[in-house]
Write a protein that binds this ligand. Structure first.
Ligand code: FES
Ligand SMILES: [Fe+2]
Length: 385
């Protein structure tokens, strides 16, 4: 018997209610659990379709009930582990394709085991599939990735939910009518590289050279003030880069000043708000870990600027994301060989804050002591870009 086979047999022989350890899952992949992450766009779930996604290396099956509630279950039957996504969903329950066990989609509680007879004493209602809190916002299905559920293959105890699930994130908007658009792009890298790439001010003139934006020759010295905010930091409200055409246009139309505020908030979120008179633009980019070697940028933007049609914005947005993606594909080539890296002041200071925030959060969770912020107060950073 080969090693793999003997392991499989051992798992089966563990018998009633035993928790089978998943080999390899213990190695820390550097993910932040107990946060909301966007799993899929809302639009991909139609009718009783089941769709799959992966977040933080957890396979998920998602759907929407007949009443319109989105749900997310671990894509694994608690009986023998076949993906539940091969099963059938009738608008209320998910039926496994192997032995037909049925699970209530919202609670993941088992409601039927077809093979049972009246002699059997098994308490069906005490069996749960893994499941996660799930909400739809801004055109995404968000899943709250609870750490408690990480090893939830315990099929007797059911899935325990955290006592407190915070509200799912939602994009700030500032008028009744507005345009909204979504873009996405996968990056072949660890989420940390994706995030520090997102907040990196120095790559702009090299990676995002475009006639409509700026060129290498427009590099000039900048100074920006940053301040600590809960779980993150803010680039204090300022007038955006004078050499960018879109801002110039906005200023000319409203005749008023333009202010931009950019926040980064754990676990993975960059929020930007631009205001000029009654005109506004609001965007959010999240970098979501799919696996330890793959992450995805989900970008949503809303605005009431009359001169900016969604298609035009999408063209610019896609170009930007593709430039970042190409760069990160190349970077992944280099990172394969595990090189030593550096973070320099001041241009990489936001990246240092990100790593600081992440480490301090993990430490606070470990010790139960209040989280320490890596910044002690407002800081002015200087760089050329
Ligand atoms: S594996 Fe799902 S019902 Fe048996
Ligand atoms: Fe970029």
């Amino acid at each position: 018997m080969d090693k793999k086979m003997s392991e499989a047999v051992r798992t089966i022989l563990q018998g009633d209610g035993a928790v089978a350890e998943e080999p390899g899952r213990e190695a820390d992949a550097g993910f932040l659990w107990d946060f909301w992450y966007p799993a899929v766009r809302s639009s991909v779930i139609r009718g009783n379709k089941l769709v799959t996604a992966m977040l933080l290396e957890v396979p998920l099956v998602l759907g929407r009930t007949a009443e319109g509630r989105a749900f997310a279950m671990r894509d694994s039957c608690p009986h023998r582990g076949i993906p539940l996504s091969y099963g059938h969903f009738d608008g209320t329950t998910v039926e496994c394709s192997y032995h037909g066990w049925r699970f209530d989609a919202c609670t993941a509680r088992c409601v039927e085991i077809p093979s049972l007879t009246s002699q059997d004493k098994l308490k069906v209602e005490r069996i749960f599939a893994g499941h996660y809190p799930c909400e739809e916002r801004d055109g995404y299905v968000w899943v709250y990735m609870t750490s408690r559920d990480r090893k939830a293959v315990d099929n007797s105890a059911g899935t325990r939910l955290p006592e407190q699930v915070p509200a799912a994130p939602s994009l700030p908007v500032f008028s009744k009518k507005y345009k909204i658009t979504h873009l996405e792009c996968e990056l072949p890298s660890h989420v940390d590289q994706g995030i520090i790439g997102l907040m990196d001010p120095a790559h702009g003139p090299f990676v995002h050279q475009s006639w409509f934006w700026r060129s290498k020759h427009s590099i000039h010295e900048k100074q920006k003030q940053f301040e600590p905010i809960p779980y993150g930091f803010r680039m204090s409200p300022h007038s955006p880069s004078s050499n960018s055409a879109p801002y110039q246009l906005l200023k000319r139309i409203t005749g008023e000043g333009v202010t931009t505020t950019i926040d980064f908030v754990l676990p993975n979120m960059r929020l930007e708000e631009i205001h000029s008179g009654k005109m506004w633009f609001s965007s959010r980019a999240t970098v979501t870990p799919v696996r330890r070697d793959l992450c995805r940028i989900d970008f949503v933007a809303a605005w009431n600027l009359p001169f900016l049609p969604a298609f035009l914005f999408r063209v610019f947005g896609q170009t930007f994301l593709r430039q970042d993606q190409e760069t990160m594909i190349r970077q992944a080539e280099g990172l394969k060989h595990d090189p030593k890296l550096m973070l320099i002041d001041d241009a990489d200071r936001p990246a240092k804050w990100y790593f600081g925030l992440k480490a301090n959060l993990l430490e606070a969770r470990r010790t139960g002591v209040a989280m320490e912020h890596p910044m002690t107060g407002p800081v002015t950073l200087h760089w050329r870009s």
